[in-house]
Ligand binder design. Sequence first.
Ligand code: TYM
Length: 330
Amino acid sequence: KEIVVSGIRSTGFLHLGNYFGAIHNYIRMQEEYNCYFFVADWHSLTTHPDPKDLRGNVYRVLAENIGSGLDPEKVTLYAQSDIPEIAELYLLLNMLAYKGELEKVPTFKDKVRQNPENVNAGLLTYPVLMSADILIHKAVKVPVGKDQEQHLEMSRNFAQRFNNRYGELFPEPQAFTYGSQLVKIPSLDGTGKMSKSENQMATLYLADDDDLIRKKILKAKSDAGPTEMNSQKPEIIENLFALMKLVSAPDVVTGYEKAYNECTIRYGDMKKQLGEDMVKFIAPIREKAKSIQEDTAYLQKILKQGAEKARESAAKTLGEARKLIGIHYY
Ligand code: TYM
C-alpha cells in the first residue's frame, strides 16, 4: 500500500475548509492507503503558544477528525510531538534549506505581514518541519488543500537535495486530492479562503450550532442579483454556489443555476436552502465530535497507540538517514 501523510495544526476549531481540503480526503484514503495522520502541535506553537489551550486543541482536532468518520483502527493517528524522530530529521533537513528560499515562501510572508512582532525562527523553518513530517514515513501522497501546494514543492526539493548529497532515500511527495484540483474553500465574505484566523462570521466551523450556521449563511455577501441573461457570475455568488455544490443535492444546485441564468434567482431563498443543507451536513459531525471530545481516556488511548506505530516507522527512516549521512560511530 502507498504511504500517505497529512497533518492539521492544533490552533482552534476546525472549519469547512479543513474538512473539504483535508479530512474529506483522509476518510476516503483510509480504505486504500497506509495512512499516517497527525495533529501538528509543534507547528501550532509558531503562532499559538498558550499552554492552557494546547491540550484541548489537540483533543479537538482528534475528536473532529474521528467525528467526521476517520477510523483510528484503519489509520495511524498521533500527535507530532510524540515522535522525537521528526525533530531530529527536521534538524538534519535544516542543513539543506536555504534562508533565502524560506524567506520567499508566501505563507511566511503573510505571517510577517499579519504579525511583525512575532517573526520567530519556527515560522521561517515551518516548511522544513513539515517536510520532516512527510519524509519521516517516506510518504508519496499528501492530502492537503490548495494553500499547502508551495510547501509540498519545498518538500520535494529537500528530498531531492538529500538524495543527491547522501544517496537515494526519500521518494518525492505529491499533494493529493480525489478531485482534479486541490481544494480551496472560499470564506463567506468573499475575501479569499476560509481560515481559522479570519472573521468568525465568514468561517463555518464544524462546531457551530444550527442557528449560527443559518445566520452566517444568511449574512453571507451577495449582490443585487443577475441583470443580463447568462452573465458571468461575480465571485461572491460563485462562492455561494461552490458551497452549495458541496452539501446540497445536485438537482437543487442545477435548479438555482438555472434560476440564475434566467435572472429569476432570489438569493434569500438560495441562502435558506444552503443553510438547511449545511445544517444537515455539519450537525451530525458536531454532535459526534462533542461526545468523543469528552471521552479523554479514549483519546489518550488513541494517541498512545498511534504514537507507538508512528515511532516504529519513523525510527526506521531516521536510522537510514543517519547511516547515509555518516552518523554511526560505534
Ligand atoms: P492547517 O492546520 O492550516 O490546515 C489543515 C488542512 O486544511 C486545509 N485547509 C483548506 N483547504 C481548502 N480550503 C481552505 N479554505 C482551507 N483551509 C485549510 C489545509 O490545506 C490543510 O490540508 N501546514 C499544515 C499542517 C501540516 C501538514 C504537515 C500537512 C504540518 N505538517 C505535513 C501535511 C503534511 C497546515 O498548516 O494545515
